[in-house]
Design a protein around this ligand. Structure first.
Ligand SMILES: [Zn+2]
Length: 161
């Protein structure tokens, strides 16, 4: 039997997990619905896409055409084409990277990233595990979040309507 107290507790823990991310295990590749070997990814992706999606690289700011993409549509993972962000949540953060204040439901996962001597929350595609960018808590309303994405890790699908 689930009490109201347990529901509240689970909800709080869920929020914590989202807020701080979870540490991704070394065997993460096997945890995603879509997997390829490293050699396959190198064939499937361009060199720049591979460096970001599979090696957690970061593109130079102000280099992505998607930065100034203001059309209606969905921004999908360049690795597996799963939609990740809607144009409805895109905003100009001034950082030089395509920025969003919310992802699409279930589209992304997060991990704790300490790689550059500070704690950041890494963002990746929930389907193929491809690295997309990072999320920071200095974004605009309503979420206060800033999903700082690599444009090279995404494809834009313009809405047909
Ligand atoms: Zn993907």
């Amino acid at each position: 039997m689930t009490t109201r107290r347990q529901i509240l507790l689970n909800g709080a823990l869920g929020l914590l997990a989202i807020r701080f991310g979870v540490v991704r295990p070394a065997t993460a590749a096997q945890d995603f619905p879509l997997t390829h070997t490293d050699a396959e990814w190198q064939k499937l992706l361009t060199a720049d896409q591979y460096a970001v999606l599979r090696k957690e690289g970061t593109e130079y700011p102000f280099t992505s055409p998607l930065l100034n993409e203001h059309g209606k549509g969905k921004f999908a993972c360049a690795g597996c084409d799963q939609d990740a962000f809607s144009s409805d949540t895109k905003f100009d953060s001034g950082t030089g990277w395509p920025s969003f204040w919310a992802p699409l439901d279930g589209a992304i996962g997060t991990t704790k990233d300490t790689s550059v001597g500070m704690v950041r929350t890494e963002v990746h595609c929930s389907r193929c595990g491809g690295h997309l960018g990072h999320v920071f808590d200095d974004g605009p309303k309503p979420t206060g979040l800033r999903y700082c994405m690599n444009g090279v890790a995404m494809k834009f699908h313009k809405a047909s309507a």
